[in-house]
Write a protein that binds this ligand. Structure first.
Ligand code: NAD
Length: 308
């Protein structure tokens, strides 16, 4: 391709073919832009005209639906709100599968449900198309600087085939096991992350009511055993500042926690913590509405405890 710049010698065909990227939202836009910056020809797709325009401004091309974006590609990436939407973008009315050639590779980087991913892989395999799941952690900031953590499930040869693409978006690409395992690990990561954030928020609310400045509490946590990603990166700049602008929606976190809790049920594991977390975040998501950021769990907890 004419716009491949600075690629290493001996790269696979995957690297020199155009790539379709479906879902140019908070995460998809910076991730697809990283691929453009690395020299890939990227055919983006999003339902939103604003998202498409944003990607064109970054040097990509953009189409109304997944099928148009998939014309002439052998690798298609999805970065969509959930696995049902991924399935529809592939196998629905304007689905990409209608134009993907046999041997094509689909990489689902969304945070989807692992059992649904297994079914999708079987349905795509029946059409000669491979699927790997490669969800990400790190949020919008790390999507923009290309340092995402990527957890990849599926056939190891297909993961290696995807690796040059994934490495343009992430700093670590960890193979997690069979198909769906990346999605399982991602949901479990977000359970642990959400639990850490909710605990830090509760602790701040309790400390403040006792008369301790919550910023001082966070300072103590960060040099003590209570330190976690939220105490370090979210509590002061995003929660206590009142900005609540992490770029990761509460509804998406609630979805991830539901996936983690459901996975435990499907595996016949009694997981009280995951179940309670899923219930808490589902209530918060309903109470605060579709636009709420996930860090607004602080506002929800504070209101429940009688603090405005
Ligand atoms: P988002 O809502 O900002 O973006 C989703 C995009 O998909 C939107 O632009 C929407 O218009 C588009 N879309 C929906 N249906 C479509 C379709 N059928 N065809 C084409 N485009 C369609 O969400 P996001 O924050 O970018 O998250 C995307 C995925 O990444 C989710 O699964 C989320 O759980 C996961 N994730 C998000 C973050 C984060 O910090 N925001 C971090 C890690 C993982």
């Amino acid at each position: 391709m004419s716009n491949i710049a600075g690629r290493k010698p001996g790269v696979s065909n995957v690297e020199t073919s155009p790539i379709a990227f479906v879902g140019l939202g908070m995460m998809g836009l910076p991730m697809a832009s990283r691929l453009v910056g690395a020299g890939f020809a990227v055919r983006g797709s999003d339902l939103s005209a604003e998202a498409r325009d944003g990607f064109i401004a970054k040097g990509g091309t953009a189409f109304d639906n997944a099928r148009q974006a998939a014309e002439g590609v052998s690798v298609l990436i999805t970065m969509l709100p959930n696995g049902k939407i991924v399935r529809d973008a592939l196998l629905g009315a304007d689905g990409a599968v209608g134009v993907l050639p046999p041997g094509a590779l689909v990489i689902d980087m969304s945070s989807s449900a692992p059992m649904e991913t297994r079914q999708l892989a079987a349905d795509l395999a029946a059409k000669g198309i491979s699927l790997i799941d490669a969800p990400v952690s790190g949020g919008v900031r790390r999507a923009a600087d290309g340092s995402l953590a990527i957890m990849a499930g599926g056939d190891s040869a297909e993961i290696e085939r995807a690796r040059p693409i994934l490495e343009a978006m992430g700093k670590s690409v960890i193979a997690t096991g069979p198909i769906g395992s990346g999605h399982a690990v991602k949901a479990l990561n977000n359970y642990v992350s959400a639990a850490g954030l909710a605990a830090a928020c509760e602790a701040a609310i309790i400390a403040e009511k006792f008369g301790v400045d919550p910023n001082v509490l966070v300072d103590v946590l960060n040099v003590s055993t209570g330190r976690n990603n939220s105490t370090e990166l979210k509590m002061k700049p995003i929660v206590l500042s009142g900005s609540f602008a992490s770029g990761f929606a509460m509804a998406l976190m609630a979805k991830d926690l539901r996936i983690a809790a459901d996975l435990a049920v499907e595996l016949a594991i009694e997981a009280e913590g995951a179940r309670d977390a899923a219930a808490l975040w589902a209530q918060a998501s309903v109470a605060l509405g579709r636009e709420a950021d996930h860090t607004e769990i602080y506002r929800f907890l504070a209101a429940r405890r009688g603090k405005s």
